[in-house]
Design a protein around this ligand. Sequence first.
Ligand SMILES: O=P(O)(O)O[C@H]1O[C@H](CO)[C@@H](O)[C@H]1O
Ligand SMILES: O=c1cc[nH]c(=O)[nH]1
Length: 338
Amino acid sequence: MSVSDEERDEYPDGSVKLRNPHIELMDQDILYHLALGSGSHDLVEMFGDVKFICMGGTPKRMETFANFIMEEIGHKLPTGTTLLDISQYSYRYCMYKVGPVLSISHGMGVPSVSILLHEIIKLMYHAKVKDPIFFRIGTCGGIGLEGGTVVISEEAVDAMMNNYYEVPMLGKIVKRPAKLDKKLVRELKLLADPEDPYITTSGKTMCTSDFYEGQGRLDGAFCEYTESDKMEYLNQIRCQGVVNIEMEAIPFAALTHHAGIKSAIVCVTLLDRLKGDQVMAPKEVLNEWQIRPQKLVARYIKRYLQMKGRISFEGHGSMAVKSPRRFKLVQQESETFE
Ligand SMILES: O=P(O)(O)O[C@H]1O[C@H](CO)[C@@H](O)[C@H]1O
Ligand SMILES: O=c1cc[nH]c(=O)[nH]1
């Protein structure tokens, strides 16, 4: 039940193909946790023009991102209106639509992001969206990286260093490869501005199913290992290329890959786990740090829309790609964004 690298799971026109024969036979598909449905809503009319699906843990971050990207791409709302949380009556996730961008919260951890991804991938299918690109805009613990560092995930691994998502299904474990889009990673790396007052780096991202013992912390309600056990473990995974730890990378990479959808993960570190466990930075600092992955993803979206002639090169807001030389490099690298 796994997908080889070459296999593409989409129709030739780029629309998302579901690997589930049952959906087409259903009269309607209720996307329960989004408060949407194929019978109750005209999903093509509402979402047919979507290109970028950006997600992150908290509703507040994703509302902030929706407003930020609106400014960046110069999207105008009808006079007298404000952004609306499309999924507000699900009381589970929030969802904002800003032109071709969806900004959605996914909650914390593997089950929460997995449920959301099932419904968002189906939403893309029902809406006949072509070649969507998914981003996770998150926070994480750094391994040997100061707080405020932006990390682009090259690969996702679980807490046992496996690069697949294990899903117990009908009493058996099914393994799905957790693969991020390598070209998208290269393009994002090229968009890091040397003038940014923080470091942007890349490496392996470890996805755990717990924040405390699952990430080797000493400050949970329970702890049956020593500080030296913890340090030995963190140094060992660091030697294996892990640069950050969070809690959604594996299902995010695996389910998007299984659906033939390009995806990338950009997180900001909230602390260096080699130096401590508690998140000590003040709220204002944490809020500023959380904007950093948003800026990188906004640069990507903005550049994409510029290349497609959907916004002008002068752009809007402050995130235009400044150096023409760098822009050219990015263009060559990305082979014009097909
Ligand atoms: O900041 P977000 O994107 O929610 O992600 C990280 O923060 C949560 C833990 O505090 C986990 O969900 C982890 O993956
Ligand atoms: O240490 C951290 C910080 C944020 N999110 C995590 O999962 N771990």
